[in-house]
Design a protein around this ligand. Structure first.
Ligand SMILES: C[S@@+](CC[C@H](N)C(=O)[O-])C[C@H]1O[C@@H](n2cnc3c(N)ncnc32)[C@H](O)[C@@H]1O
Length: 263
């Protein structure tokens, strides 16, 4: 992984190892400017046996991943990807309601999903009390082709605000066309998001503001936030990925400013 060392030096970060749902209530109310996150999609698996037998490695891994010996961190399964549709909606609403409490009035929530979970995600966002504002398509030109089917080229970024948001500041894109990270380019996480895309998203937070990601994975949102001069708060439940994210943000910050929390 090549790191860009050019971000402003004053950003701080904190990375919790554990369940977002028990950690979020410990955050100060209203201290966050933007929640930018990528929950486990819990996509597919219509039956109990399908949900219990399919793991993220089987779902998202590929032959190329297994043969990539250059990656420092080997992929492992991650937690929280086997809920059914109703369970997922209810659980995500609980997480998003805690995110709302932690976010300043007018602040933003930006969350990824796929075509199957788009309705569940927009329902959860609204059930949690966020005002739903729109959907931003993320087009992946390197999406896998499938014989006899339409290519699943898009994932979706659902966004909302904590109540009214003033019409001021800069204009942000309404869609993105960015390749998904590949194993051979040093991807750390099975469902890692592109750093350039995350950098564009975190710019919605004010300069020197605070970005929250309750589902850190390999820390792409945090890395992007530090590069863009924002501070970062995050949680990750899977120990392997928490460690990978700590390593990544430590390297990115290259200073003791980051606040590390032991498991
Ligand atoms: C889709 S991945 C995030 C990938 C990340 N955007 C990246 O670029 O690396 C979702 C992550 O949420 C974590 N997770 C699942 N349930 C969680 C929970 N209750 N609390 C905190 N993290 C959780 C999983 O372990 C997984 O690594």
């Amino acid at each position: 992984m090549n790191y860009d060392w050019s971000f402003p030096a004053m950003s701080s970060w904190h990375l919790h190892h554990g369940d977002a749902l028990t950690w979020l209530p410990t955050l100060d109310a209203g201290g966050v400017d933007a929640v930018i996150t990528d929950p486990p999609y819990n996509s597919g698996g219509r039956t109990t046996s399908a949900r219990l037998s399919t793991t993220p490695l089987r779902k998202y891994g590929s032959h190329g991943d297994a043969n990539n010996s250059s990656a420092v961190h080997r992929y492992v399964d991650f937690a929280g990807d086997n809920r059914d549709q109703h369970g997922y909606t209810a659980w995500l609403a609980l997480v998003f309601s805690q995110c709302l409490r932690a976010t300043a009035p007018g602040g933003i929530l930006v969350t990824f999903t796929d075509w199957r979970q788009l309705p569940a995600t927009s329902d959860a966002l609204q059930a949690a009390g966020w005002t739903w504002r729109g959907i931003i398509p993320w087009i992946k030109p390197n999406a896998r082709p499938q014989l006899g089917r339409f290519r699943q080229t898009a994932e979706f970024i659902v966004w909302g605000t904590n109540g009214a948001r003033p019409l001021e500041g800069s204009v942000h894109p309404g869609d993105f066309r960015v390749e998904a990270p590949r194993a051979r380019s040093g991807r750390i996480h099975l469902t890692e998001k592109p750093l350039d895309l995350m950098r564009a998203l975190v710019r919605i937070a004010p300069e020197a503001g605070t970005v929250l990601d309750p589902f850190v994975g390999a820390g792409t949102t945090g890395h992007a936030a530090l590069m863009e001069g924002r501070s970062f708060l995050g949680a990750e439940i899977t120990e392997h990925y928490h460690r990978a994210a700590v390593d990544r943000l430590t390297a990115a910050a290259a200073s003791p400013q980051g606040v590390l929390e032991a498991a």
